[in-house]
Ligand binder design. Sequence first.
Ligand SMILES: Nc1ncnc2c1ncn2[C@@H]1O[C@H](COP(=O)(O)OP(=O)(O)OP(=O)(O)O)[C@@H](O)[C@H]1O
Ligand SMILES: [Mg+2]
Length: 280
Amino acid sequence: MVRWLAMFTLALANQKGGTGKTTVCVNVAAGLVRANQRVLVIDLDPQGNATVSLGLRVQPEQPTTAEFLLGQVRLEEVMVDSYLGDLSVIPATPDLAHAELEMAGQPKSQFFLRRALQRYQEVLSGFDFLLIDCPPSLSLLTVNGLCASQGVIVPVLCDYLSLEGLSHLLETLEQLRRKLNPHLEILGILPNMVDYRLRLTEESLQLLKERFKDLLFQTEVRTCSRLRESPSFGKAIFDYARSSVAAENYTSLVREVRQRMKKLTGRTDSEGREGVVSKK
Ligand SMILES: Nc1ncnc2c1ncn2[C@@H]1O[C@H](COP(=O)(O)OP(=O)(O)OP(=O)(O)O)[C@@H](O)[C@H]1O
Ligand SMILES: [Mg+2]
């Protein structure tokens, strides 16, 4: 029986690069904080993009996801505060790639993250959401992210190659569910960087709707240059361009994420926090 860690643990995954995993992770996290949720972001990508996007700079001696995964540091030592009070981060640097090599070949290497987190039930019970930003591959790190999660959000672009890759990803998720984590559900497929000026967009969206039906989020995130700019200011969209289309899209996405998680787990989040025994 898996005892879940925070109330809702969600991975952002797609083996295709640049579909918006990190952007969605950071902005959904910030949106959840605006909705009075306490959030922990785990940067599980050696690129460290989520870390930087939240305005964090990792000092040379500072512990990161790498040491945490390998059980060399405690959660309290590795977790840092972001500029948002209720948003903490386990930061990543390129060292994470070395940790992955170290993990590979060891027994039950898919469960390093889950095991590391399970040691800190008490600290983690202070969070409402855990969001895990996975790298652009189906590597051991991504598998670790998915094995520690109850839900996965898959951001996709509306182009041919992205849709091609999506079927492959969904098959892999199904296999992972069967073999490693029966609790994992696809929370939703999110059309990202939607641009109706492109002819392919409507066609692709239509295809996604026909093929994936309710699995597709109702919310679409439009292409918005403000989202491209915000990481260099270390701010989420709500704090960088609060009246942008993207801020509006992310507000709606956060609402939908919360609704879907409640439906999926049959649990309420901190608005009705009693009875949230983290068992599934
Ligand atoms: N809705 C959007 N409109 C415009 N640009 C966007 C949008 N969403 C993301 N971007 C930009 O697209 C690029 C890729 O996004 P992001 O880094 O979030 O993707 P990713 O899937 O995490 O990439 P990787 O696979 O490398 O981890 C970034 O420059 C980001 O700022
Ligand atoms: Mg990324």
